[in-house]
Design a protein around this ligand. Structure first.
Ligand SMILES: Cc1ncc(COP(=O)(O)O)c(C=O)c1O
Length: 353
């Protein structure tokens, strides 16, 4: 240790001194926030509205909830890949090689090679120039939207001389809504899938910096955004475009490439975001787009800098799931057959769909 005096100095910062006893005044008044939380919780519990989390055993399609065997229809594991032998094997083998966690954020401690391979493969799958992966889809949205609208103040540039305005479909997912809030840009909500309303609102902001953002498949209603019209409007009004392909990736389009595949819009939307938590049966998010944009996002989004990277085992599982999606179109065929079968039979029970 004597060889490294700077180390000694560094470690001495962590030497614990004598513990000091801090005395609290007994009669301190309770904070308003704590009081409000208690009141709200009491009310919600009395009304039976508290969302108790169910404990489930086993994975789908059958699960055991509170000791009862049930069919699980609320899961997002659309293609059953969470349980696919090749996907499980990839994760297990990678845990054996690298352990459980990624150890640090990608910005600080780096990517594993698997992360880099995944980014390349997902860009190819989406037919975009490049991609970046995230810890979850939620994190991708709250990281990327603010990064697009708040460029760091480096160099002799004056960014955003104009006001920044986001045009957001009223049924967009909460992660988009939260990303918009963090960005501090003005948010203009347009009526669900209503292109006349969007155009009316775009016209009002002719001279501002604009970003149009929408789910491609909406998370609650399952309907599809009119992406060709959105791209047209964006071109007319010089707006940037961003879509959330959480529920479309692996499902929509001939290749399962998502709504960009379905509408043949690959390369035409500026920011294409999606998740690996639905059709891929895994965890994680991605954003794909032009090389420059992704290169900027890799250096500028906060979750990549300040939050731990996706575990390498999950990157391996996503790669295995991607391979299954690409080589096995029957997975999607079976999903649509099952959907039709379920709809038909629920209708036979007089349920309104
Ligand atoms: C449209 C949409 N975007 C993003 C997310 C968040 O994805 P994740 O579960 O990967 O965080 C969801 C989750 O349901 C979603 O429906």
């Amino acid at each position: 240790m004597t060889k490294f005096p700077h180390w000694q100095k560094f470690l001495s910062r962590f030497k614990l001194g004598k513990s000091e006893k801090i005395s609290f005044k007994e009669e301190h008044s309770e904070s308003e926030i704590k009081k409000n939380i208690k009141e709200l919780l009491n009310y919600v519990e009395q009304q039976g509205l508290y969302p108790e989390i169910k404990i489930i055993e086993a994975n789908e399609p059958e699960a055991i909830v509170n000791g009862k065997r049930v069919l699980l229809f609320c899961s997002l594991n659309y293609l059953g890949l969470a349980n696919h032998p090749n996907v499980k094997k990839a994760a297990i083998e990678t845990i054996q090689k690298y352990g459980v966690g990624a150890g640090g954020s990608r910005f600080v401690s780096g990517n594993f090679e698997l992360h880099e391979i995944l980014e390349k493969k997902i860009a190819e799958f989406k037919k975009e120039e490049a991609a970046i992966i995230f810890q979850t889809g939620y994190v991708a949205n709250i990281g990327v939207i603010p990064a697009l609208l708040n460029l760091p103040k480096i160099g002799p540039f004056t960014f955003f001389s104009k006001k920044r305005v986001i045009f957001s479909d009223e049924l967009n997912h909460t992660s988009i809504i939260d990303g918009c809030k963090i960005s501090k840009a003005e948010v203009v909500i347009y009526r669900h899938r209503d292109m006349k309303d969007l155009e009316r609102k775009l016209k009002k902001y002719q001279n501002q910096e604009k970003l149009i953002i929408t789910d491609s498949v909406f998370s609650m209603d399952g309907d599809i955004a009119p992406l060709p019209q959105i791209v047209q409007l964006a071109n007319t009004y010089k707006a940037m475009t961003m879509i959330d392909e959480a529920h479309a990736t692996g499902i929509l389009g001939e290749r399962g490439g998502g709504a960009t595949d379905y509408f043949h819009l690959e390369g035409k939307i500026d920011v294409v975001m999606g998740t690996f938590s639905k059709a891929f049966g895994c965890l994680g998010g991605y954003v794909a787009g032009k090389e420059d944009l992704i290169r900027y996002l890799k250096a500028a989004n906060h979750p990549s800098i300040f939050s731990v990277n996706l575990p390498p085992s999950i990157a391996a599982a996503i790669l295995a799931a991607l391979e299954e999606i690409q080589k096995n179109p029957d997975l999607r065929k079976r999903l649509w057959e099952n959907t039709e079968y379920l709809k038909e039979n629920l209708q036979n029970w007089d349920l309104i769909l």
